[in-house]
Ligand binder design. Structure first.
Ligand SMILES: C[S@@+](CC[C@H](N)C(=O)[O-])C[C@H]1O[C@@H](n2cnc3c(N)ncnc32)[C@H](O)[C@@H]1O
Length: 163
């Protein structure tokens, strides 16, 4: 598999997981949290899937496409090790979906992100809320793995339910 194939499969997996979560969460009250705004691609997809929900985004800074920027009331800028705690205080455990796209090219930085960010996710979610992540979060005790959509290869993306 070439690097191009890998990127394409990752993006297809993201889209399938987000679509499946929207279907599973239909009728549930709560907001959405996007950890890693980046270019804004998955934020744009989320706002299409959840047009009536508040979507809060997290990143070090805003570098997304100008058409894919939330207003300042829906942005938490700075290191997520800090902003997730600020958001927990402000928003409480009322999210129904966390999408976390937090991998770097650098394995050590990715592992640090998983260590620092993973344990802070459950405090943002209602019981039964869902987490989709490009990284495995199997060390977070409040998160139980759930099946991926059929078209997503195991390990390509990761899905959990908050107990
Ligand atoms: C892979 S990109 C997200 C891409 C996005 N999902 C999209 O579809 O365009 C990851 C983003 O997360 C941000 N990020 C990663 N770790 C972070 C951290 N610890 N604190 C704040 N932002 C972080 C990076 O700055 C980057 O913009």
């Amino acid at each position: 598999m070439t690097r191009l194939d890998t990127v394409i499969e990752r993006l297809k997996a993201q889209r399938s997981c987000l679509n499946a979560a929207a279907e599973a969460l239909r009728g549930n009250d709560g907001h959405i949290l996007e950890l890693g705004l980046g270019n804004g691609r998955t934020y744009d997809h989320l706002r299409d899937l959840f047009p009536d929900r508040d979507i809060y985004v997290f990143d070090l800074e805003v570098a997304s496409h100008p058409d894919c920027r939330p207003d300042s009331a829906h942005m938490f800028l700075g290191p997520m090790s800090e902003t997730l705690l600020t958001a927990t205080d402000r928003l409480g455990p009322n999210g129904i979906l966390v999408h976390a796209d937090i991998g770097y090219g650098d394995a050590a930085a990715t592992a640090r992100n998983v260590r620092e960010i993973g344990p802070k996710i459950p405090g943002l979610l209602v019981s039964g809320g869902l987490v989709l992540c490009d990284q495995a979060l199997d060390t977070v005790p409040e998160l139980t793995p759930i099946p991926l959509p059929q078209d997503v290869e195991p390990g390509r993306y990761h899905a959990y339910r908050r107990v």
